[in-house]
Design a protein around this ligand. Structure first.
Ligand SMILES: Cc1cc2nc3c(=O)[nH]c(=O)nc-3n(C[C@H](O)[C@H](O)[C@H](O)COP(=O)(O)OP(=O)(O)OC[C@H]3O[C@@H](n4cnc5c(N)ncnc54)[C@H](O)[C@@H]3O)c2cc1C
Length: 436
């Protein structure tokens, strides 16, 4: 039985059970020097470090626990080339030409990830089988239609499936059609994080683990990054700590750390299912997340386990309640499956921002942060890490997809994070309404 706990050293999850282990790197000690310091060993930090090292920079990456300890090692592994909130028109209206570049980066993000995996030869059970967002009501088909139109206008190969095509794709009569983007798919997220760390090391990045950054301060023309055991003097810093920003240190950039709300997302996996059922349920192995606010999502892993999950308002007796609730949901959607058992239940924090946009900050000269992927950070975090690497490399900001804003702490953020999960009944109510 797996006890979910955001603070354990090794996260107990399906991914931890099926992913080859790696040698943990030493902690930082003493006084060191580097061109760039990246804080956080998830997809965002690893991608930035890798791209910088490949363009000739000396990079140190400091991870408070282990590579993949945060959302990157715990997620559902769905590679999704859209945001969870803002639509392309809204992003462009808000940010103008930079917004247009950001929309293009999002549209290309799944391809970007799968290309990187191929180039770096990372073994992460990658399957570019497409991402499907089925409409959970006839009314939500209007949302799917508008999305397909908006993304197709920007060159994304989005397609609208009708109810019959949807039933064939899912092996379920429960949904009404929806948006298919064939560039999406799924990966084993912990294997991707560990593989990216290996690529980083091969490119010359010095990784330090079990090294919690407590402070970044000015030092001459550059920065001094301080941890309890050592310090690094550097010209540039990238803070890539997302939903775990305030979990490991309360002193590192509180304005930024408290500008998002870490919301618990529960993940679960069934035992491998039979080949006969496999051929009936999602026979082409897409990653699926529907149009609900109280999201229903699932995909197969490489061993034909269904990997799924849910949100809970109150975490009391979580494992038993999740097994009952999600088991019943799956049985309703896929009657041929019966009521499934679950071998793994685990959780992680999703970094939600009040406006549902990811936020990019310049915290000082050559000091950046990128946080708030709102549950859609597998493809996006990898692409944004590479974009921040270009900014640190000195590329003209007028060519980059980074609308930079000032960090704004959420008032009484510790209370807000407790209240956030109480919004779940509201999302469930919204799910029953016909969208305008
Ligand atoms: C349960 C769950 C399911 C999800 N499912 C999906 C999905 O299917 N598809 C999708 O697109 N997105 C999904 N997401 C979101 C996605 O996982 C994240 O957006 C993405 O992994 C963020 O990557 P990151 O590198 O920015 O942050 P993280 O992976 O969280 O990495 C941040 C790292 O910073 C470290 N850190 C924090 N503070 C410090 C410090 N002071 N010093 C040093 N290190 C520090 C942490 O230990 C952590 O390892 C999911 C998230 C969760 C939690």
């Amino acid at each position: 039985m797996f006890i979910p706990n955001a603070k354990t050293e090794t996260v107990p999850s399906l991914w931890n059970d099926v992913t080859p282990p790696r040698q943990i790197c030493e902690s930082l000690s003493g006084d060191q020097q580097s061109d760039v310091v990246v804080i956080g060993g998830g997809f965002t930090g690893l991608s930035c470090a890798l791209h910088l090292a490949k363009s000739g920079h000396k990079v140190a990456l400091l991870e408070g626990r282990e590579i993949g300890f945060g959302g990157s090692g715990r997620n559902n592994g769905q590679v999704i080339p859209v945001l969870s909130g803002p639509e392309p028109d809204q992003i462009e209206a808000r940010y103008g030409e930079t917004g247009e570049r950001l929309v293009q980066l999002i549209a290309d993000s799944a391809d970007f990830l799968f290309r990187l995996v191929a180039q770096e030869n990372i073994a992460c059970e990658e399957e570019q089988t497409g991402w499907f967002q089925p409409a959970h009501s006839q009314g939500h088909m209007k949302v799917s239609q508008a999305r397909v139109k908006a993304w197709a206008k920007r060159g994304a190969p989005a397609q609208l499936l009708d109810q019959q095509q949807c039933e064939k794709l899912l092996g379920s009569k429960q949904w009404f059609g929806g948006m298919l983007n064939p560039t999406g798919g799924h990966i084993n997220p912990l294997a991707l994080a560990r593989g990216m760390a290996q690529s980083c090391e091969q490119a010359g990045v010095k990784i330090y683990e079990n090294t919690i950054v407590e402070r970044v301060g000015k030092s001459g023309d550059g920065w001094l990054v301080s941890t309890p055991q050592g310090r690094i003097k550097t010209n540039a810093v990238f803070m890539a700590t997302n939903a775990y920003s305030n979990e490991l240190s309360q002193t590192l950039e509180p304005q930024t750390s408290r500008s998002l709300i870490p919301v618990t997302s529960w993940q679960m996996a069934t035992p491998p299912i039979s080949q006969q059922l496999r051929e009936q349920i999602m026979p082409n192995r897409q990653a699926v997340s529907d149009t609900r606010g109280d999201l229903q999502f699932f995909r197969f892993d490489a061993r034909n386990r269904l990997v799924t999950g849910a949100a809970l308002m109150v975490p009391i007796n979580a494992q038993a309640r999740l097994k009952t609730m999600v088991g019943a949901r799956l049985a309703k959607a896929f009657p041929q499956l019966g009521t499934p058992q679950f071998t793994h239940v685990w959780s992680g924090f999703v970094g939600m921002t009040p406006d549902r946009y990811p936020h990019f900050h310049q915290l000082g000269e050559n000091y950046w942060s990128a946080i708030g992927f709102n549950g859609r950070g597998v493809a996006l975090a990898v692409a944004i890490g590479a974009e921040i690497a270009k900014a640190i490399d000195g590329q003209d900001m007028n060519t980059l997809a980074l609308p930079v804003s000032k960090p704004k702490a959420i008032p009484i953020q510790p209370v807000a994070r407790r209240v956030a999960r109480l919004a779940l009944p509201y999302y469930r109510w919204l799910d029953t309404r016909t969208p305008k």
